[in-house]
Design a protein around this ligand. Structure first.
Ligand SMILES: Cc1ncc(COP(=O)(O)O)c(C=O)c1O
Length: 404
């Protein structure tokens, strides 16, 4: 059998990482990676996490199975972090999952079970794994217009025109905040309108929120989601602790169902447990134990929030520095979008030819499609980056050369 299997093409992000590693230039800049980096260029273990781990070392008494729903303290705490203060809290049920990726897949499996003919609508562009996860669960996928590549903002008119056409067989997958890859988020008016349209036309909203706290803060980043949760009868949510707790490799996330009533949401969760039993079975415990320890302890909770705020501050400081530097270097405002975007990413729209030139001539590594990770940057690299981008961007001959 194995002789029939060909190795798939290497993931372009992974190849970029190894090219970057092997590049001897000391001035090289890595904007391709999808994780937060601090001012020293490392992805640190948060202090609140390290302290929670120390506590767990002394209090944990068993490694016996935890069960399909995971850690209920974690489930309640994560649900509150996202939906606290909404009426949806009383009709929501949460399942611990292996990261948001696990949640996306569990929810997709539930959709495939309950609404096998559903079409999942994803934004254009969207997180690279949205389409394959939905399709591997057997669901049809279509795209709705999202980013205006000229303004680098959400084209809400085009998006809402499409959303207004959706009906009961459709699922609308939204990014809760810090859109990946574009950095362009929906306005609160748009969230409100989506809620009205879902009520009128019966499509199911599905919010993937992987960066709560990395845009404008924990509550502000959940604002749109909360408006929606209050407005619609049913809602699916996938969430991640990879970025805001820095728990990437601990695979910590959750799938939340908001139902017409609590019983329906719990039935949905029970079905997801059954479906999970047919794949990974039970979620890993360590990351969720860390998160529930932090969120239950006032001191650790405050420490975590302060650390998250400082990550946020660093990203937003870099964004401001980029805007200032681009204004000076380009004598214009066409790069101001860096200041309007939220979270770690911005989609620059740089062509493949320009990305190749940035890598070859300047040692600047950007993934195909032009997504940059602002958190990959150090403050003292801003001017170098800006000068290089402006130099290749004005040179339209680069694109022409590749297109012929
Ligand atoms: C929008 C979005 N959803 C989900 C995920 C998956 O996150 P996790 O690491 O928790 O599986 C990511 C990770 O980059 C993401 O950007």
């Amino acid at each position: 059998m194995f002789e029939q299997i060909q190795a798939p093409k290497a993931d372009p992000i992974l190849s970029l990482i190894s090219e970057y590693k092997n590049d001897p230039r000391t001035t090289k800049i890595d904007l391709g990676i999808g994780v937060y980096r601090n001012a020293d260029g490392i992805t640190p273990i948060m202090q609140a996490v390290a302290r929670a781990e120390q506590q767990l070392m002394t209090t944990e008494t068993t490694k016996a199975y935890q069960g399909l729903i995971g850690d209920e303290r974690f489930n309640t705490a994560i649900q509150t972090l996202l939906l606290g203060g909404t009426s949806a809290m009383a009709r929501a049920s949460t399942l611990q999952t292996p990261g948001a990726s696990g949640a996306l897949r569990n929810l997709a499996d539930l959709l495939a079970f309950a609404r096998p003919k559903a079409t999942v609508w994803i934004s254009n562009p969207s997180y690279i794994n949205h389409r394959p996860i939905m399709q591997r669960a057997g669901l049809a996928v279509q795209e709705y217009p999202y980013l205006n590549m000229v303004t680098k903002a959400v084209d809400e008119t085009a998006m809402l025109d499409q959303v207004a056409q959706l009906g009961p067989d459709d699922v609308l997958l939204l990014h809760g905040c810090c859109h990946n890859p574009s950095g362009a988020d929906l306005s609160l008016d748009a969230w409100q309108r989506i809620g009205e349209l879902a009520q009128q036309n019966g499509f199911l909203p599905f919010v993937d929120i992987a960066y709560q706290g990395l845009g404008d803060g924990l509550d502000a980043d959940a604002h749109g989601l909360r408006l929606l949760a209050d407005a619609v009868p049913e809602l699916m949510i996938s969430t991640s602790c990879s970025k805001n707790f820095g728990l990437y490799r601990e695979r910590t996330g959750a799938a939340i169902l908001v139902g017409n009533d609590l019983g329906q949401a719990q039935n949905g969760r029970a079905k997801m447990c059954e479906l999970a039993r047919g794949s990974y079975s039970m979620p890993p415990s360590h990351g969720a134990a860390i998160v529930s320890t932090i969120l239950a302890d006032d001191e650790l909770n405050s420490l975590w929030r302060a650390e998250l705020d400082s990550m946020n501050l660093r990203i937003n400081g870099l964004r401001s520095a980029l805007v200032d530097s681009f204004r000076t270097a380009s004598q214009g405002e066409s790069y101001d979008y860096f200041g309007r975007h939220k979270g770690m990413f911005s989609l620059t729209g740089l062509s493949d030819a320009k990305i190749a030139r940035l890598k070859a001539e300047y040692g600047i590594y950007i993934v195909g499609g032009g997504r940059v990770n602002i958190a990959g940057l150090k403050l003292n690299q801003v001017e170098t980056l800006v000068a290089a981008v402006v130099a290749v961007d004005v040179d339209v001959a680069v694109d022409v050369a590749v297109n012929v």
